[in-house]
Ligand binder design. Structure first.
Ligand code: C2E
Ligand code: CA
Ligand code: CA
Length: 556
């Protein structure tokens, strides 16, 4: 092995390493790039299959010890450093251990100069063995996962599965038990997962409390489920062993790589696996979720819609429009009112129907500002119509979110005052969805409306379960029969009978009844037997902008 004229700097560093290596876990090394001499802390020989801790033929030695899959990239990087184009070497790869298995090491080094002679000095860290400061779990991280994954894909692997684990409510463990304990949980969990999947597979750590693994090959999705279940069991054992000092569960997102096709880039699988894991958590945690691409596409659509709606609201609701659908008196066939219906017109001028936007607006709370906008439009319209048709009323749909989370009552009262709307000409439509948990506040809301001369219509009647109960509690002024109920009544004598009884009851309670969804003259004719008060449906007009509505009024 002898010393092939290595430079002084090399000798000095070597002596320093000799004197301190016993007090270190990492293996310090030095290499003279001109002579090729390489010296590494002697302790390395206890773990790795090196012929000696100093040698001159480093190329051959490394070729023998570095994992064949990693070797080409290592050589490439070292040659770049040797050429002086780069001063730093920092890579993670596998070295063969004394026991014949490969172990992950992180090798870092910087170039120094003794005159013109470049010398690399650095340190080799055996990742799986020690607890590395930035790697509580002892697992490799995202960067290494990316290398492994991209290499697998480049090698033509298209099948297999990806499983991403996440500790449920990890934040709470940290908060209630402290960060040290949190770190222990991360490490123990990593150990358990690695034990379940075996030495041949590598589990990587993503973020604080998440782990990911890809298994290339002819696997079934049931293999992934099996892994999940074993991990969950193993963690349960760990909790039991620690006398339930801490309690936590594990969720996982599973991806069948066969579902991804060509769209299997690293960034995408990170996003998709994140979605899959979140989905498992949303569905109640302590479970796995197998990615369904359709669900993911819908999720992305929804997120796009959420972003769009946020932007539109920030821009002062530009793009939202109020449409009005006539409500006609059954006997005279004259328009007596209109329902306000929200529309969104996108940048290409297409009208987006409410079913695509209302759920998103409700979920994000944006229904509050949008609700204010639509109400303002409705009141303006009501003011206009008042001079054309005396007693004309306008209805607005109010979402339970607006009732629960904003002061919609104040908005209504202020608006009615501002537009000088006579009592009984502004109507709030409520559906029973969302009432159940907030009965009290709805009753208070309904009472306050009545006190202020605002009418209340119970919408979508015939679609829920406990409608009659709400009739009693909210004491609305109007009952709107949902189109689906209307259609059933027109088809089945039995349903018609029920509707008839309902109409009798409504009238005896002094409630007005609106029939929704009448499209044809025959339908109008046949529904007459229940003696409805008002009709709303395409037969009298579809929802339309104010200008068209005014024209329709002329014709009517
Ligand atoms: P809704 O309150 O039951 O409104 C009636 C729906 O039935 C409207 O759908 C209307 O276009 C449709 N319709 C009326 N007559 C007929 C007919 O003869 N045939 C058929 N096939 N359909 C008819 P639209 O405008 O798509 O609204 C859907 C739902 O979106 C509304 O149902 C309401 O729940 C919600 N919505 C609309 N605008 C608003 C709003 O400003 N705020 C809130 N919170 N919800 C709104
Ligand atoms: Ca309605
Ligand atoms: Ca309705």
């Amino acid at each position: 092995m002898g010393n092939k004229n290595s430079c002084q700097l090399y000798e000095n560093i070597k002596r320093t390493i000799e004197s301190i290596y016993n007090s270190m876990d990492d293996y310090l090394y030095v290499q003279d790039l001109s002579s090729g001499m390489y010296y590494v802390a002697p302790s390395v020989l206890e773990r790795f299959d090196l012929p000696a801790n100093e040698f001159g033929n480093s190329d051959e030695v490394f070729k023998a010890i570095v994992h064949p899959e990693d070797y080409p990239t290592v050589v490439k990087d070292v040659s770049v450093v040797a050429s002086g184009d780069k001063l730093e070497h920092d890579m993670t790869y596998r070295w063969r251990g004394k026991d014949g298995t490969y172990k992950w090491v992180n090798c870092r080094g910087n170039t120094y100069f003794d005159g013109d002679i470049p010398v690399i000095m650095g340190c080799i860290n055996e990742i799986g063995r020690h607890q590395v400061a930035d790697n509580t779990s002892g697992l490799l991280g995202e960067k290494q996962f990316q290398e492994f994954y991209e290499k697998g894909i480049a090698d033509g692997n298209a099948k297999g599965y990806i499983i991403r684990f996440g500790i449920d409510d990890f934040k709470e463990i940290n908060e209630s038990h402290g960060f040290d304990y949190g770190d222990t949980v991360i490490r123990k969990t990593a150990e358990r997962i690695q034990k379940v999947v075996g030495k041949k597979k590598i589990v990587y750590r993503l973020r604080a409390d998440e782990y990911i693994m890809v298994c290339f090959g002819d696997y079934e999705i049931s293999d992934a489920i099996d892994v999940y279940e074993k991990v969950a069991d193993s963690i349960e054992n760990f909790l039991e062993e620690s006398n339930y000092d801490v309690f936590y569960t594990m969720s996982a997102g599973i991806i069948d790589m066969g579902d991804l096709g060509e769209k299997n880039g690293f960034e995408r699988i990170l996003r998709i696996s994140e979605y899959a894991l979140n989905e498992a958590k949303h569905r109640g945690k302590n479970q796995y979720y197998i990615l369904c691409i359709d669900d993911y596409d819908k999720f992305k659509e929804r997120r796009k819609m959420i972003n769009l709606m946020k932007k539109v609201v920030t821009d002062g609701c530009k793009g939202f429009e109020a449409f009005f659908q006539p409500i006609a008196d059954y006997k005279t066939k004259k328009f007596v009112g209109a329902e306000t219906l929200l529309r969104y017109r996108d940048e290409d001028g297409n009208l987006i129907p409410p079913y695509k936007i209302i759920p998103v607006l409700e979920e994000t709370g944006l229904i509050i500002p949008v609700g204010r906008f639509i109400m303002e439009e409705a009141m303006k319209m009501c003011k206009t119509m008042k001079s054309i048709i005396p007693g004309f009323y306008v209805t607005v749909n109010i979402s339970y979110i607006q009732v629960n989370k904003s002061n919609v009552l104040e908005d209504i009262i202020a608006g009615v005052k501002k537009y000088k709307l006579p009592a009984g000409t502004f109507v709030v439509e409520l559906t029973e969805s969302g009432f159940i948990e907030s009965n009290e506040s709805f009753i208070a809301f309904a009472n306050a409306l009545r006190k202020n001369g605002v009418l209340l219509a119970l919408d979508d009647f015939g679609t829920g379960y406990s409608n009659l109960h709400y009739l009693y509690n909210l004491r609305p002024d109007t009952m709107k029969i949902d189109r689906s109920f209307t259609m059933q009544a027109l088809e089945s004598p039995y349903e018609m009978l029920i509707l008839n009884y309902l109409a009798d009851m409504a009238h005896s309670m002094d409630l007005k009844m609106v029939i929704e969804g009448i499209e044809e003259a025959v339908e109008l004719e046949r529904i007459g037997q229940i003696k409805p008060d008002y009709i709303q449906g395409y037969y009298f007009g579809k929802p339309m902008p104010t200008v068209e509505f005014l024209e329709a009024v002329e014709k009517n």
